[in-house]
Design a protein. Structure first.
Length: 75
């Protein structure tokens, strides 16, 4: 089983919550492969509008690194 995960999708405010829950899920599912990605805001999307309005605040690069570190340590 291949599972894709997107680091940073929880945004700045939910970065830790996101990776904790993803790690729990991965430990239950035990996938054979992971396809990790970092969130990229695409032009013209709803998420881009949410970023522009301040409704969604992107996770910082250090937060994304913390997500990656947590996943490696806890899975």
């Amino acid at each position: 089983m291949l599972i894709s995960i997107i680091f940073g999708i929880g945004g700045k405010g939910r970065s830790i919550e996101h990776i904790v829950e993803i790690t729990k899920l991965l430990n239950i599912l035990q996938p054979e492969e992971l396809a990790p990605m970092a969130l990229t805001i695409q032009p013209g999307t709803i998420l881009e509008k949410q970023v522009e309005s301040g409704e969604f605040i992107q996770a910082t690069p250090p937060q994304i690194l913390e997500e990656e570190k947590y996943l490696l340590e806890k899975s």
